[in-house]
Design a protein around this ligand. Structure first.
Ligand code: ADP
Length: 186
């Protein structure tokens, strides 16, 4: 799929505010590729499509988790916010016929992170966290770090998310801990 078609597809699937976020994530990911390298074409396509499933009914996403062998049922216990990334990757494969694992894995891990993140996964994850529309203090901090140290920026974003969720006494999907530990231990 080319970029023009991908943008048209998500523009139809998303509300305008979410589409604008998508455009900024794509620009931010492009900036990060300028600093750290990575496959620009795949990273941009993953960024364009990363929130493809964001507005799907929760019931549809939960049903997909229950019926799809690739998606562990355990992910239903960690809040509905994480579903669009994992389920989104499956929908993108099934509906848009994108099979490239580099692209799909960036989409799958963009919310939670994961162990052993590739350069492409780190860039999409971070771009989603620091795009200019994210105006909270922690995002500003991570944005500064992202100019110099990609891994430290990811680690800081993951730590912030863990702190944010634990302050609210919300469940935390284990992939985020795995990613955090992975970056700390490197
Ligand atoms: N490991 C996790 N467990 C549960 N919720 C999480 C986890 N990681 C992130 N979240 C939550 O998912 C929400 C959506 O994040 P994100 O996907 O980055 O935003 P977006 O809606 O822009 O795609 C955030 O509110 C965040 O707190």
């Amino acid at each position: 799929m080319n970029e023009v078609t991908a943008f048209e597809t998500v523009q139809k699937a998303l509300k305008p505010i979410r589409y604008e976020h998508t455009v900024r994530v794509t620009e931010e990911a492009t900036r990060l590729v300028g600093i750290y390298g990575g496959n620009l074409e795949k990273i941009r396509l993953a960024a364009i499509l990363h929130d493809y499933a964001k507005h799907r009914p929760i019931i549809e996403m939960r049903r997909k988790v229950q019926t799809c062998d690739k998606l562990p049922n355990a992910m239903l216990d960690y809040g509905d916010e994480i579903l669009h990334s994992f389920v989104g990757a499956v929908f993108i494969e099934e509906e848009l016929f994108i099979t490239d694992e580099t692209i799909l894995s960036c989409i799958r891990s963009h919310t939670t992170g994961k162990v052993s993140m590739s350069l492409e996964e780190k860039i999409v994850f971070l771009a989603d966290y620091i795009e200019p529309g994210r105006t909270f203090r922690q995002a500003e901090e991570v944005r500064k770090i992202s100019d110099e140290n990609l891994d430290l920026a990811c680690l800081t974003a993951l730590g912030n998310t863990i702190q944010y969720l634990s302050n609210k006494q919300l469940p935390i999907y284990p992939d985020t801990f795995a990613a955090y530990n992975d970056f700390v231990l490197r």
